[in-house]
Design a protein around this ligand. Structure first.
Ligand SMILES: C[S@@+](CC[C@H](N)C(=O)[O-])C[C@H]1O[C@@H](n2cnc3c(N)ncnc32)[C@H](O)[C@@H]1O
Length: 249
């Protein structure tokens, strides 16, 4: 991650954390996380590492579904919010780059939501993380994809008008993500679509008004249905892709 992006996340940390405190945003953000784990049929995540944990709400959303949770993030400001709001005896946070995690640490599940596309050396980070997995452990990421031209246009406009939106991020194709996961030596690699109607509710800070909450519920229900029934049709349309791969053994 560049110095520009790290400073950006420090600067926007308070607003960023607020997204998980608003009902409509929270619904879509929880869905994004839950669908990511579901792609690998993970019920109990065991020892769970989250890279780019932001304000750390994953620890709260998945409470009861892990033995221990460690959230790491480059942004010290976001980690301070995470510790204050989401720390617990089983959920810890650390302000550091994931690349500096010691090689002898071991996890059953590693998850990243919207992180890899901010990282300069994505293949290097994936190699490092794969080395931290126990045999049979899963490496999962939810990343923006470039397939839908209308979505790409809206991102292009947002880069121009929203000072809180990183201009440095890139967008993957399904083939690129599958290639990265395979190159890392992981098995059972899959790439599935996520989010058509719900993603804007996850990304943009929304007012806490009942109608906005109803719209978010509807969007999440539609997406849950579409992702379960017509993943192939959804693949060239969705905002995001989930990439998943398992360490052999
Ligand atoms: C778009 S935000 C996503 C945050 C959170 N996962 C979410 O969904 O709200 C990307 C996050 O990744 C963090 N990040 C980027 N590269 C990182 C790295 N190499 N190690 C740790 N954190 C990183 C940034 O500081 C930022 O908080």
């Amino acid at each position: 991650m560049s110095d520009y992006d790290r400073k950006l996340f420090d600067r926007i940390a308070v607003d960023y954390g607020a997204k998980d405190r608003r009902a409509a945003n929270r619904l879509a953000r929880r869905l994004r996380l839950e669908q990511t784990l579901k792609a690998a049929r993970i019920g109990d995540a065991g020892d769970l590492l989250e890279v780019g944990c932001g304000a750390g709400f994953t620890a709260r959303y998945l409470a009861g579904r892990y033995r221990r949770y460690l959230g790491v993030d480059h942004s010290a400001e976001l980690v301070a919010i995470a510790m204050a709001e989401n720390g617990s005896p089983t959920a810890r946070f650390s302000a550091r780059a994931a690349q500096t995690l010691p090689q002898d640490a071991r996890f059953d599940t590693i998850v990243m939501i919207g992180v890899l596309h901010h990282v300069d050396d994505d293949a290097g980070l994936l190699r490092h993380l794969a080395g931290l997995l126990r045999p049979g452990g899963w490496l999962l990421a939810n990343e923006p994809q470039s397939a839908n031209p209308l979505i790409q246009l809206s991102r292009h406009v947002r880069k121009r008008v929203d000072a809180a939106y990183s201009v440095e991020q890139r967008y993957y194709t399904a083939g690129e993500l599958a290639g990265l996961w395979r190159q890392t030596g992981l098995a059972d690699v899959k790439v599935v679509p996520q989010g058509l109607f719900s993603t804007p509710f996850a990304e943009v800070l929304l007012p806490d008004l009942a109608p906005v909450g109803w719209a978010a519920s509807l969007a999440c229900a539609f997406d849950r249905g579409l992702e379960a029934t017509i993943p192939r049709l959804l693949k060239p349309l969705s905002w995001n892709l989930i990439a998943a791969g398992r360490k052999a053994g």
